[in-house]
Design a protein. Sequence first.
Length: 141
Amino acid sequence: MSENELQTEVDERRVRFSIDESVYDLDVVMGAAYLFLDRGYVFLDRVGDRRIQVALRTRKPASEAELHALAGEFANELLNQALRKRVGEANGRLREFIMAKALFAADGPSTIDRLLAELDAEEMAADDLDIPVPWEKPSGG
C-alpha cells in the first residue's frame, strides 16, 4: 500500500481512518460526514493534535471490500466538500454584492410594505360599531 492511500482499519461492520486537519478543515469533515448519515453511522473523534478519526459503521452487514469502498467514497466526498468551501469563499463577496443589489434596487415599496399599508388602511376604515379606541379622542366632548 502506498503512502498516498487511505490507511483504514476494518472490523465487523465498521471502517476507521484518520484525517489530518491541515489537509481538511473540521467543517469539511463534518460536511462529508453529514452526507453519509443516510448510509450508516458516523463517529468523529479527535485522536491527536490536528487529527480526526472517522469511524463509519454500516446499518447492515458489509464485506471488507464494501467497507474499504465506503472509506474511499468518504475520501472523495472530502475533496468535494473542500472544493465547495473554497469556491464559496472565493465567491462570497460577489454573492453579497448581488444580494445587496437585488434587495436595494427595487423601485418603490416592496410587496410586504404594500401589504402592510393595505392592512393599515383597512384598520383605519370607519368602525360600524363605533367602538372607542384608547388612542383616539372621545367624540362629542
